[in-house]
Design a protein around this ligand. Structure first.
Ligand code: CP
Ligand code: NVA
Length: 323
């Protein structure tokens, strides 16, 4: 049902990590995303007409860069892209100066950085919404798209179980787990001690899940972690910027590869998720990622819909949206 009154709960906000959003706000983004997904793009051209998104990338990207740029085009706005030598947060001028200047040109800024701290400084000085397009510690846009994907598959979120297997200390693990806890999905990590979330982070997850009763636990056994899971999730063993750890990670994480045999310990209806890019025969077996349980290309597509919803929520009062 379309709302009669506008709801501007997210307008003007920064999204650096998932807990910048409440469970209600996440629900709004997912509902708007589902609405935009089934609406003709020709009917969306006025939503962000005349708006510009600045996209600043210190690291490579396929999905994030292209889905945000296409999203802005479909919404009637414009995106501009700067990467590598053209833009490194804090290298040519302070993050604060760059943020103050850009805020005078564009309506929102998407940033992909190595370290998280310059992004925090950048957003503190920005006067337009700043979205984290992946930093060393968080990938909130991925998590929003993933919740949309899970909702499409199960028609509900609260009460489900998600197992995250592999490098459970990385950005995707953190954001997916935070989002899951907020909406009532319990999370089991399956990982070796070297890649286990800190006790402090596990405690933060527990408090995010307090309202819904969702729990977060870490197991050294991948099989124990995925037992009865509705969703089995993994990501690369070595994230961008950590290439010097690749050899150690490959040896340590080998028992945590998601194989058909591991998937058989999950619920029969379980889906396999991966943010992509993936490495077949490293973190996931080809028959799993290319098999019938895989949801990875729906996840990738849903980046577009979830991010369009986020942009509309940050830049408009959501008039006409199903909120
Ligand atoms: N999943 C994801 O963020 O992909 P890219 O690194 O290609 O943007
Ligand atoms: N953890 C990965 C995610 C890539 C989308 C990385 O940071 O490289």
């Amino acid at each position: 049902m379309l709302a009669t009154a506008p709801d501007s709960i997210l307008m003007g906000r920064h999204v650096l990590h998932v807990p910048d959003l409440s469970a209600t706000e996440i629900d709004v983004v997912i509902r708007v995303a589902a609405h935009l997904k089934i609406t003709r793009t020709s009917d969306q051209q006025t939503l962000l007409r005349g708006k510009t998104l600045g996209m600043l990338f210190e690291k490579p990207s396929l999905r994030t860069r292209v889905s945000f740029e296409v999203g802005m085009t479909q919404l009637g706005g414009h995106a501009l892209f700067a990467s590598g030598g053209e833009f490194m947060v804090g290298s040519r001028e302070t993050p604060e100066d760059a943020a103050r200047v850009l805020s005078r040109y564009v309506d929102a800024i998407l940033v992909r950085t190595h370290a998280h701290e310059p992004l925090q400084r950048f957003s503190a000085a920005a006067t337009v919404p700043v979205i984290n397009g992946l930093s060393a510690v968080a990938h909130p846009c991925q998590a929003l798209a993933d919740l949309l994907t899970i909702k499409e598959r199960f028609d509900t979120l609260a009460g489900l179980k998600l197992a995250y297997v592999g490098d459970a200390r990385n950005n995707v693990a953190a954001s997916v787990a935070e989002a899951a806890m907020l909406v009532g999905i319990s999370v089991n990590f399956g990982c070796p001690p070297t890649h286990r979330p800190s006790e402090a982070f596990l405690a933060q997850l527990q408090s995010l899940g307090a309202a819904t009763g969702a729990t977060a636990r870490a197991f050294s056994s991948a099989h124990r972690a995925v037992r009865d899971a509705d969703v089995v999730y993994t990501d690369v063993w070595t994230s961008m910027g950590e290439e010097h750890l690749a050899e150690r990670n490959a040896a340590t994480l080998l028992p945590y590869r998601v194989t058909g045999e591991l998937m058989s310990a999950a619920a029969k209806h379980a889906i396999f998720m991966h943010c992509l890019p993936a490495h077949r025969d490293e973190e996931v077996a080809p028959d799993v990622i290319d098999g019938p349980q895989s949801a990875v290309f729906d996840q990738a597509e849903n980046r577009l819909h979830a991010q369009k919803a986020l942009l509309v929520a940050l830049l408009t009062d959501l008039r006409g949206m199903p909120v």
